[in-house]
Design a protein around this ligand. Structure first.
Ligand code: ADP
Ligand code: ZN
Length: 299
């Protein structure tokens, strides 16, 4: 019998569950809004149950919003920890799923999952390690692969909250991060754009000054990542970069901000191949979770 794997992209807005052997062979998929943890996790468990009973699925990968605990020796391994999302702080996401379904489960952050998806399923990206994945959506997150493994650490990178120059004369908006006010996420997430301009980001016209500001802020994030981690490719995903023309503006701002200091042709000449949209589109996260499950079985 053909081997399938389970993948969960556990997002703060929605859960995406898939049974697949690869991005081209999806046996089943389901998405539902992230409501309270008991109801949401129960829906995910119910989705996989029949495939596990039939022994079609041997392992599940979970890529979750966080912060999460990734330390396998910790008592709260697999928990969502300090999220401001109501009801979800200190929720044992991994344990609840593992106890109900009784199959091995892999666990990582949503953005590490998406990085894994782009790395594992796109052979071109395997040559581009370190590979970083940025999402700019409801929040801003950065995940990545270094030496073939996702980036973990003291907790895990939270580069979406990095501090960047904020000129209060040209941008008087105080920022919307509940922890830091004008960190990058506070200035440039979808909801902070909506708060600054009084309308959802996707309704701002193409010539609105908000897009130049947004490109500059995302540019600072990428410039700082280039300077710190020296990635060979940066994948820019999430809802906000879907705005037509934004990615092009970001590329040109990164070149301007780095100002010739990083002497790489990838930045000076072929930045279109250096900062790219996800090749798996909105499936990067869930396909990363499938890759995590597959690697758990094949290890
Ligand atoms: P999530 O982060 O919840 O997984 P998304 O990545 O889709 O989901 O991000 C949602 C955010 O992206 C919202 O704040 C929304 O306003 C913004 N957004 C979605 N589509 C677009 C678009 N085409 N242009 C600009 N902003 C968008
Ligand atoms: Zn912050």
């Amino acid at each position: 019998m053909k081997k399938y794997f389970g993948g969960i992209e556990a997002g703060g807005t929605k859960f995406v569950c898939n049974v697949a052997s690869s991005p081209d062979d999806v046996l089943a998929d389901k998405r539902f809004p992230t409501t309270d943890p008991v109801e949401t996790i129960a829906k995910a468990i119910a989705f996989f149950q029949p495939y596990i009973e039939k022994k079609q699925v041997e392992a599940i990968g979970i890529a979750a919003f966080g912060p999460v605990d990734l330390d396998a020796r910790s008592k709260t391994f697999g928990y969502i920890t300090t999220t401001p999302k109501p009801g979800w702080a200190q929720v044992d996401l991994l344990g609840t799923i593992q106890r109900a379904l009784r199959v091995p489960c892999a666990f990582d952050t949503d953005v590490n999952g998406a990085a894994q998806g782009e790395y594992y399923w796109n052979l071109e990206n395997r040559e581009l390690d370190p590979l970083l994945y940025i999402t700019v959506g409801t929040g801003i997150g950065v995940g990545g692969i270094v030496n073939g493994k996702t980036l973990h650490g003291l907790i895990h990178p939270e580069a979406g909250h990095m501090f960047i120059p904020h000129n209060r004369e040209t941008d008087p908006f105080p920022g919307a991060c509940p922890y830091h006010e004008d960190c990058l996420e506070g200035l440039a997430s979808g909801p902070s754009m909506a708060k600054r301009w009084g309308q959802p980001a996707e309704t701002l016209p193409d010539d609105h000054p908000g897009w130049n500001l947004e490109a500059m802020y995302i540019g600072y994030l990428i410039s700082n990542l280039v300077l710190t981690l020296s990635p060979k490719r940066i994948i820019l995903g999430g809802g906000v970069p879907q705005h037509p023309g934004l990615v092009e503006k970001v590329r040109s701002d990164v070149k301007e901000q780095l100002n010739g200091y990083i002497q790489s042709q990838k930045i000076m000449a072929t930045i279109d191949e250096f900062i790219v949209p996800p090749s798996l589109g909105s499936q990067a996260g869930v396909m990363g979770a499938i890759a995590m499950a597959k690697q758990l079985v094949e290890r």
